[in-house]
Design a protein around this ligand. Structure first.
Ligand code: NAD
Length: 356
């Protein structure tokens, strides 16, 4: 088994992958991705995942790392949200509302929107959905945003990204009322996140989910040396700002960083968000470090009915032998992102109605 597991991470360079939206229902993936598993290899992530309850972590026999079970932590958060929403409804008759605007017909975006809607319904948030044609104008999108900005039953507005190329993403995100910016992408919210003594109204969901995973797994951040790999506006950069706010000492590693492994090897906490499958090797990790893998990367898997499977940025099988705790993919950060969106929507409704 060890050799088959190793084959998952054994290429000297990271796997070449396709953007998720390009691979759905296409056989092109089969020859465009480069990571293969032995046909009989059971998915070790699932083996670990199955036995986990919400206890911060579970020990495995093969690896030394504890598995941070995002699925069960996210469920616990959704349960907490459900009971808060029910309390709010009983006490002031208000139900939080989330508006989602989808432009175009990208399959991955449609799936994300559908999942968000389902998650809202499950916790008692009312969802409002707008689907616009791929060729609609920026003004039309902004018209809907303005409508939701002025609608008191809507407490959160989310514009599903990416937008079609002819649209200016900045203009559209700027149009969302900062008080309903549950994605936390408005420049004022990001600016406040970066400033000491200022509080953002919302924090972007995926990085917030990473910090929540650390907190709920009993992992101290203060005074730790942390490395964030990736500096995107939606994950890497806000994750670094959040860690800094928690008094960690931060380094950001990106695609132009020289000798990234030397820097990463000094970290007590590593958050990786690059979109490069199996980039982070076991030898890059300091023994005992905590590793949070944000990446969701499709790689070819002829054994899977879909023809592909999802892996993270982290070479899990190697890293699990060195780290003290690690998130699996799937089942780590992914479920936390939607849980944080629900949490931001509830927070917004509470703030707008002054409900404690
Ligand atoms: P992005 O493409 O916007 O940014 C990637 C970042 O990684 C860039 O800053 C780039 O400099 C850096 N990078 C790329 N190659 C690198 C390398 N070899 N070494 C060091 N840095 C490198 O991507 P993103 O939107 O931040 O997403 C990153 C990953 O996280 C993707 O796999 C995405 O699917 C996933 N993601 C997951 C969730 C979730 O809920 N789990 C949410 C958002 C994104």
């Amino acid at each position: 088994m060890a050799s088959t597991i190793l084959s998952d991470c054994s290429s000297s360079s990271a796997a070449r992958i396709l953007p998720f939206h390009m691979i759905r229902s296409t056989n092109a993936l089969r020859f465009r991705c480069s990571v293969f598993l032995h046909p009989k290899t059971p998915n070790p992530r699932q083996i670990h995942g199955k036995s986990l309850a919400f206890t911060p972590v579970a020990m495995t026999t093969e690896t030394s790392a504890k598995v941070i079970d995002g699925k069960s932590i996210a469920k616990q958060i959704r349960d907490e949200i459900t009971s808060e929403i029910s309390r709010m409804k009983d006490e002031i008759g208000i139900v939080p509302g989330l508006a989602v605007i989808l432009v175009g017909t990208r399959k991955d975006s449609q799936t994300y929107v559908r999942n968000k809607k389902k998650a809202c319904e499950a916790v008692g948030i009312t969802s409002h959905e707008v689907n616009l044609q791929e060729d609609c104008t920026e003004e039309e999108v902004i018209k809907y945003i303005s409508g939701f900005n002025n609608d008191p039953s809507v407490h959160g507005i989310l514009v599903q990204l990416p937008l079609p190329r002819h649209m200016n993403e900045q203009n559209i995100l700027n149009a969302v009322n900062i008080e309903k910016d549950v994605d936390g992408f408005h420049p004022l919210n990001i600016g406040r996140l970066a400033m000491q003594g200022r509080e953002p109204l919302f924090v972007p969901c995926t990085p917030k989910g990473c910090i929540e995973l650390l907190h709920r797994s009993g992992i101290d951040i203060k005074g730790k040396r942390a490395v964030v790999i990736g500096r995107s506006n939606i994950v890497g950069m806000p994750a670094a700002l959040l860690l800094q706010r928690q008094n960690a000492t931060i380094t950001i590693v990106h695609s132009s960083t020289k000798n990234p492994e030397e820097i990463i090897r000094q970290a007590d906490i590593v958050i990786s968000a690059t979109g490069v499958a199996n980039l982070v090797r076991g030898s890059w990790i300091k023994p005992g470090a905590v590793v949070i893998d944000v990446g969701i990367n499709p790689v070819d898997d002829p054994e899977s009915p879909r023809g592909y499977r999802l892996v993270g940025d982290v070479c899990y099988e190697e890293v699990a032998k060195i780290a003290s705790a690690v998130t699996p993919v799937p089942g780590g950060v992914g479920p936390m992102t939607i849980a944080m969106l629900l949490s931001n929507t509830l927070e917004s409704a509470k703030r707008l109605h002054n409900f404690k």
